[in-house]
Design a protein around this ligand. Structure first.
Ligand SMILES: NC(=O)c1ccc[n+]([C@@H]2O[C@H](COP(=O)([O-])OP(=O)(O)OC[C@H]3O[C@@H](n4cnc5c(N)ncnc54)[C@H](OP(=O)(O)O)[C@@H]3O)[C@@H](O)[C@H]2O)c1
Length: 357
């Protein structure tokens, strides 16, 4: 068996203890959180023990689902955040010291240890990724696979379908609309929360129609944008948008329920899909999904996605927020509609690189 070595560049004994920031949950919010529900703490980072590695995080993910995990009873198939503990979530970082031959110093890894500048854990907590796969390491945190399985496996997208995507300027929606088009949708209709975002959707992202969901009843806007009805709805939102989509849906239409942003924004249960007689009469399928059931499609998706990026047929929108201390307010701003595309936090020392756009 190969002996364990710690391969940090400076011997541990000759340097001061390494410290890093981490973010912890201070209390469970009742409704929409405030910055007071987070605390940023400086901690001492231990050297890795045998079988462990030490990773310096470069980027970490902000995801609206985190609000549900903060509040406890999220009904998601993953544990809620514990008060007083670091909030977990996706991050990408670089191995800076290794106590296990499976990962070496300089390896780029993704993991779920979340809101911290440094992560130390057993080697199984980390997955090595190809540092040359994307122009920025942050793109390893993208939600393209969510969009892909939602459309292809859950909604069974067919060439010629008319597709509606809500929260289409966001991380998942912006890619869902583009993948629908690349996979042969005849028409892609989108909604977002401002006229500027709607203009971005029909401009840079090339969708056929887009509307601001604040701009009058969604049912009216959707009927006007889809006079021949819709076949697939990629639902990030729920509430009024789901009810309108069901009304406008064609016979044998399919809804992939990806998220519940309306509930995530208000902190209250959603009103639901409305009159189910339309679902019966039109023989609709409404199916929720989580990415974790579909990870076997990652390689197939990654290969296609990198091809689309290379040939310039997909735009990857990303908002980069600077520094861990900015993350709590940025998470609230994300759900408040401030950003477009995938929102990530760049941690101190990470490279400043320009993603594909
Ligand atoms: N099923 C899965 O495995 C999976 C995986 C990842 C994410 N998700 C879920 O998928 C959804 C989208 O995730 P994402 O990361 O792509 O988020 P996102 O769309 O980037 O989320 C932020 C956007 O939510 C919109 N929003 C907030 N409140 C809204 C409301 N009441 N009605 C309509 N839009 C509202 C805002 O856009 P506007 O400016 O347009 O209002 C904001 O920009 C989330 O619910 C997330 O939790 C599910």
């Amino acid at each position: 068996m190969k002996p364990f070595t710690t391969s940090a560049s400076t011997p541990a004994s000759s340097r001061p203890p390494r410290t890093g920031l981490e973010a912890r949950l201070t209390a469970r919010p009742d409704g929409f959180p405030t910055p007071d529900h987070f605390e940023i703490v400086t901690t001492t980072v231990p050297d890795p023990a045998p079988g462990q590695v030490l990773v310096r995080n470069l980027f970490m993910s902000l995801d609206p689902g985190m609000l549900l995990l903060m509040s406890g009873g999220s009904r998601l198939p993953m544990p809620a955040y514990e008060v007083g503990e670091v909030m977990y979530g996706d991050a990408v970082g670089e191995v800076v010291a290794s106590g296990d031959p499976a990962l070496g110093v300089g390896d780029l890894v993704v993991h779920r240890l979340g809101w911290r500048e440094y992560a130390v854990a057993g080697v199984d907590a980390f997955r090595r990724v190809d540092a040359s796969a994307y122009p920025s390491p942050s793109m390893h945190l993208g939600f393209g696979l969510v969009a892909y399985v939602g459309l292809m496996e859950v909604a069974r997208l067919r060439p010629g379908d008319t597709v509606f995507v809500s929260s289409a300027a966001g991380a998942t929606g912006s890619l869902a609309g583009q993948i629908a088009r690349l996979k042969g949708a005849a028409r892609v209709i989108c909604s977002a929360g401002s006229p500027e975002k709607a203009a971005h959707l029909t401009g840079a992202l090339g969708f056929d129609a887009a509307f601001d969901y604040h701009d009058g009843p969604v049912l009216d806007r959707l009927r006007a944008a889809a006079p021949d009805g819709i076949d697939v709805y990629f639902d990030n939102v729920g509430g009024e948008q789901l009810r309108a989509a069901i009304e406008v849906m064609n016979v044998h239409g399919r809804v992939a329920v990806c998220g519940a942003l309306n509930r995530q924004r208000t902190g209250r249960p959603d009103d639901g899909p409305g009159d189910l007689l339309s679902v019966v009469g039109k023989r609709l399928t409404i199916r929720g999904f989580t990415l974790f059931d579909h990870l076997d499609r990652a390689a197939e998706f990654g290969e296609q996605f990198r091809g689309w990026l290379r040939e310039g047929s997909v735009v990857y929108d990303e908002t980069v927020v600077e520094g861990l201390a900015s993350a709590p307010q940025a998470l609230l701003d994300l759900v408040g509609g401030r950003y477009t595309g995938r929102t990530v936090v760049r941690l101190t020392g990470a490279p400043v690189s320009t993603p594909v756009a």
